[in-house]
Design a protein around this ligand. Structure first.
Ligand SMILES: [Mg+2]
Length: 418
């Protein structure tokens, strides 16, 4: 069996963990730059649609006493890790599907009373993190999603856990589930199915294989199989990426070498952090700079060079040095550059990195990088920069209603406790 675990109104729930006074009240969380609503408490759902533009709803927020938060992804990411770490102890295999959803593979656990097992898991998550979750179980991923919909829709009857473990329950569920709520059926496809009077999942599974293959490709056939209880999707483990690139287009064209140098050092550091995050080291670094292709009136230059590292590396300092060495070779004064980037290639697992016999690998250096990652995670990305980066140039976002970083910043934790 698969279990789909879904945190309820996740971002709002994270905010409420530290503001219990907001339980039972309408609360929303806004997207980056406070643009639109991306998470709503149940109390807010009846009168605020998902994706509502914040500026259009300001009056409603005020009139209905809606508590509004800017998105605090440091907090949500940390709470997500806490939830996932608990889930991982309850199943041999798990796929983290999104920040607030995970599939657990429960095969081989038939000797347990599944419902008791999941109840214990739910209780532990809610007690130790404060995040409420919903659990759906079925023989396939798609059926576990269906079960989770039922658990969410009928919290009183299900207690937030629903297990599709008999043909009778599955049949009933598919007669209830609208086609647009089937996992993997997009909005456009749902409209097409509606036009054919296919409204429920039970109608969908009666479509012929030939028709599904023709109109929905192989994916449609797989969804039907899954709804019938036959597995077509397994757990997906993230495959490490083979190349990692960090590139940006500048707001204005520039021929300033120092500016380009600072940008490329930053891109190299970001790339190194991405490498460390997925446990890879790179052997090649490509550096490029490009003028604005749309300015045909200006001279054009595309400069690119690929440099070999002495040994596979994930170090911000090494990659920054390579990036600057590359820039010095490709930069031509007088051209106005619009875009630049670095691409790390020939990745190998960092733990298997082959040491170059002629270049000593500095153990202290590896520990320094680990500390940088830890501190960046704690105090916000980019806090600790390598020497060539401009400390003033951090991405600034409009976040008027940001909650404190309760879980990751000591001073904020203290602020909460007093
Ligand atoms: Mg959720």
């Amino acid at each position: 069996m698969f279990a789909l675990v879904d945190a309820n109104n996740f971002y709002v729930s994270c905010e409420r963990v530290f503001r219990p006074d907001l339980n039972g009240k309408p609360v929303v969380v806004l997207s980056n730059n406070d643009g639109c609503v991306i998470s709503r408490s149940n109390e807010a759902k009846p009168f605020i649609p998902m994706g509502a533009p914040a500026f259009q709803y300001e009056k409603i927020f005020r009139e209905r006493n809606v508590e509004v938060f800017s998105s605090n992804f440091a907090l949500y990411g940390d709470m997500s890790t806490r939830v996932m770490n608990i889930l991982a102890r309850y199943a041999p295999d798990m796929e983290i599907y999104s920040i607030d959803e995970a599939f657990l593979l429960l095969d081989g656990m038939e000797h347990l009373n599944l419902e008791d097992h999941l109840k214990r898991m739910k209780k532990e998550v809610e007690k130790s993190t404060g995040i409420p979750i919903t659990i759906g179980v079925g023989n396939t991923k798609t059926l576990s999603k269906v079960a989770a919909k039922i658990a969410k829709k009928f919290p009183g009857k299900t207690g937030g856990i629903y297990i599709l473990d008999s043909p009778g329950k599955i049949e009933k569920a598919l007669r209830w589930l609208p086609v647009e709520d089937i996992h993997g059926i997009g909005r456009r496809l749902a409209r097409k199915l509606h036009r054919m009077n296919i409204r429920k999942a039970a109608d969908f599974i009666r479509l012929s294989n030939a028709w599904l293959k023709k109109h929905l490709s192989i994916q449609g056939l797989r969804i039907k199989k899954e709804l019938l209880g036959e597995r077509a999707f397994g757990l997906e483990m993230p495959a490490p990426r083979k190349r990692i690139a960090t590139t940006r287009t500048f707001e204005t064209d520039t021929s300033d070498f120092e500016y380009l140098r600072e940008r490329l050092v930053t891109f190299a550091s970001v790339t190194a952090a991405k490498l460390r995050k997925q446990g890879s080291a790179c052997q090649l670094l490509t550096v490029f700079i490009r003028t604005n292709r749309h300015r045909e009136d200006l001279p054009q230059h595309f400069g690119s060079i690929t440099l070999h590292a002495d040994y596979p590396t994930d170090s911000s300092l090494h990659l920054a040095q390579l990036a600057v060495a590359g820039l010095e070779k490709i930069y031509r004064p007088g051209y106005r550059y619009k875009k630049a980037g670095v691409i790390a290639g020939e990745l190998v697992p960092a733990r298997h990195r082959q040491l170059n016999l002629f270049v000593p690998l500095d153990d202290k250096h590896i520990r320094l990088m680990q500390s940088i990652d830890k501190l960046n995670a704690k105090y916000g990305y980019d806090l600790l920069k390598t020497g060539g980066q401009d400390p003033a140039r951090t991405w600034k976002m409009r976040q008027a209603k940001l909650s404190p970083s309760y879980t990751t910043r000591l001073e904020d934790v203290i602020r909460v406790k007093v």
